[in-house]
Design a protein around this ligand. Sequence first.
Ligand code: ADE
Length: 243
Amino acid sequence: MKFSIITLFPNLIKSYISESIIKRAVDKNSIEVEVIDLRNHTTLKHNQVDDYQFGGGKGMVLMAEPVVNAIESCKTKNSLVVLTSPQGKTWNQSSAREYASSNEHIILICGHYEGFDERILDYVDLEISIGDYVLTGGEIASIAILDSITRLLDGVIAKDSHLNDSFENNLLDHPVYTKPIEFRGKIVPEVLTSGHHANIEKYRQEGRLKNTFNKRPDLLEKSKLSNTDLEFIEKLKKVKGDN
Ligand code: ADE
């Protein structure tokens, strides 16, 4: 899968993709990342890419021409053009799954400053937001989108590790522990060191349900729960009611 990232801050993106799991994905050719410097696509003096907004108002607005030139420099018939913006559809794990399985080339445009000339939208397939807050620019959003898609691609991380990710089946992941067995008086739950696989799986499923019930109860309505899961949730409700 290929990503082309159009940005005013190419070094920010290059720095992220040169470390850790994303670097490994690049090295293994699971992904290709092309970083496009928006300033190389303006025809104006001093590499200008923004200007004041018509009608008055504070802040600089990204101009249409450099952004559209940059899109056209990398777009093919298989490209999906995405603009990162707080006005977009909110990104989540199921979007990451959908995009991981259905796109060959994603062009990510990092918005900046006070916004962008509205005419850019004519060249964009969709706007994506990573949450209801405003960032100074779209670089973090583009990296979040790239990262969450890449880790789902075949061969990037062990298959089993994302089958139980938080948000699979709309449940949060179960608690995990590592060495030492005792830390400041707190002991790792015994079942995890018992070697009894069925009991460990039961403990983990209950951990997912408990975490979701306590931290994100809104997700439970969307998850597919077995009768055993539902009975366990009923117990959690009762315990909460009793306290
Ligand atoms: N640019 C600024 N804020 C953003 C957000 N929340 N999501 C995506 N892009 C943004």
